[in-house]
Design a protein. Structure first.
Length: 483
């Protein structure tokens, strides 16, 4: 998603899971049939002729052909494109005889689907944004290259270490769907949660609320001062789970989120889901959501929040960079793990959703897959990681890369939130296992309708459970489960 964002945008969203989903784009969500059309068949076409493998050396452990073109397509979202362009320059320095073709686009799905179907996709893709290709479909149709070869190659900085040994916990597992192959490398490391201005919270003489009663009290105080308690990306309400899902995990335990991911019968009818949906619905009922929010996209909602019209915003850590032009210098940006219900919650306050974002893939029918993987190996060096963090105010999958960098307020707060969470980090997988279900059905038709006041929590839960049951029975899609 993200830069899934809406990922995240998302990514997202993008930085989406979702996330990327990082920002999940500036366009509306593609229609269902259009999305599912992606990756139809085995990729169609006979495929392009592969570039011959080059000689493997200590500096070229993947055996990249030093004269073959390498094509890289990036999602142009909240992280921008400069960090990727810098990494491409390093590739060109290392392979001066090779041509590179780099492009940054927003319409990933509609631009690249025809190329997958024709059998001539690029060598490396940042598959993010509102038009993210469905990862579950791509994996299920065998359209992605297994990145194990990259993970087992020598790291860029230290030949004695494998690439996999330099990554943050959970990154490798996130790229797996079932079994050992790794189909996706999530480059950004996203902290999802509730974002706010510490200055605004201080002006209310309040601290971040840990229980829902405290949340309602803070929102009432804000309302009396002319500030809404919450806003969110109303046009892309699949941003709401960035704080709602970890809240469900906090209240009911990880097993509730796992059951939801596994599409188990009645998973959405768990008391923890009911309690959290009713809590969020209270925000709507009590008038604590910024008026007009259902009609706002992610940029508009973030701008209203940055201007002090609302106190809290569910989002991913890409928001600091994506909203840099509207966040005041004295805003004192901060993020918190979601508020819980009360002391009966299964997990402690501080339980947060943090995971890989910005999903990079190498198509199975890429002409130069070794080149695509080598570009990723370069990006996973300490220097490239630091460059990304310094430029876009987000962590990467590389476990480190912050030494000597003056961390921005949001990034500093995100690191502190991760420290506070310790082992209490949850990672819902719906947004990468079942993109359509998560975005269009659960997000837009379920949670979005509830928060706009058009469904009660009970109606929303019933509707969402129906969507999940449909997906579980749909034999045209591949199903995944927590191992």
């Amino acid at each position: 998603m993200g830069s899934t964002s809406a990922e995240n945008h998302g990514g997202v969203g993008r930085r989406a899971l979702i996330k990327r989903s990082a920002a999940l784009g500036l366009i509306s969500v593609p229609a269902m049939g259009f999305l599912s059309a992606c990756a139809s068949g085995g990729g169609g076409g006979g495929g392009q002729e592969k570039a011959k493998t080059g000689k493997k050396t200590e500096k070229n452990p993947l055996g990249v052909n030093d004269t073959a073109q390498m094509e890289f397509v990036l999602f142009d979202g909240g992280f921008g494109k400069e960090y990727a362009q810098d990494a491409v320059k390093l590739y060109e320095q290392n392979f001066p005889k090779a041509k590179t073709k780099f492009s940054a686009i927003q319409k990933i799905q509609s631009t690249l689907q025809p190329r997958f179907n024709q059998g001539n996709p690029p060598d490396l893709i940042d598959n993010s944004g509102a038009e993210q290709m469905d990862m579950g479909v791509l994996v299920g149709k065998s359209q992605l290259a297994d990145l194990t070869k990259l993970l087992d190659a020598a790291s860029y900085d230290d030949p004695s270490k494998k690439v996999r040994d330099t990554l943050r916990p959970g990154i490798v597992e996130m790229g797996q769907f079932d079994g050992q192959p790794v189909w996706i490398l999530y480059y950004a490391y996203t902290v999802y949660g509730v974002w706010y201005s510490q200055k605004a919270l201080d002006s209310l003489d309040e601290k971040y609320p840990e229980t829902w009663d405290e949340m309602l009290k803070v929102c009432e105080k804000a309302k009396k001062k002319g500030m809404a308690g919450w806003t969110y990306a109303g046009k892309y309400p699949y941003y709401l789970p960035f704080s709602l899902y970890p809240m469900i995990g906090k209240v009911g335990g990880r097993e509730v989120l796992d059951a939801i991911d596994n599409l188990e019968p009645n998973a959405w009818k768990h008391p923890a889901v009911k309690a959290c949906f009713e809590a969020y619905y209270e925000l709507y009922q009590k008038g604590y959501v910024l008026k007009g929010t259902p009609g706002l996209d992610h940029i508009q909602s973030q701008t209203a929040w940055a201007k002090g019209k609302a106190l809290f915003l569910p989002n991913g850590s890409w928001v600091e960079n994506e909203s840099a032009n509207v966040i005041p210098q004295d805003f004192d940006l901060a993020v918190s793990a979601p508020t819980g219900i009360d002391s009966s919650d299964k997990m402690p306050f501080g339980t947060i959703w943090a995971s890989g974002g910005e999903p990079f893939i190498v198509p199975a029918k890429a002409k130069n897959p070794e080149g695509g993987m080598e570009q990723l190996r370069i990006m996973l060096s300490e220097a490239s990681s630091k460059n990304f963090t310094a430029k876009v105010k987000s962590l990467t999958a590389y476990n480190g890369g912050t030494d000597g960098i003056d961390l921005t307020p949001g990034l500093k707060s995100g690191v502190a939130a991760l420290d506070k969470a310790g082992s209490n980090v949850v990672n819902p997988r719906l947004q990468d296992w079942y993109v359509q279900l998560q975005k269009e059905k659960i997000g837009v038709s379920g949670i979005g309708e509830m928060m706009a006041g058009r469904l009660t929590p009970a109606e929303a839960i019933k509707k969402i459970q129906g969507f999940a049951d449909e997906a579980a029975k749909d034999q045209s899609i591949k199903h995944y489960k927590h191992q």
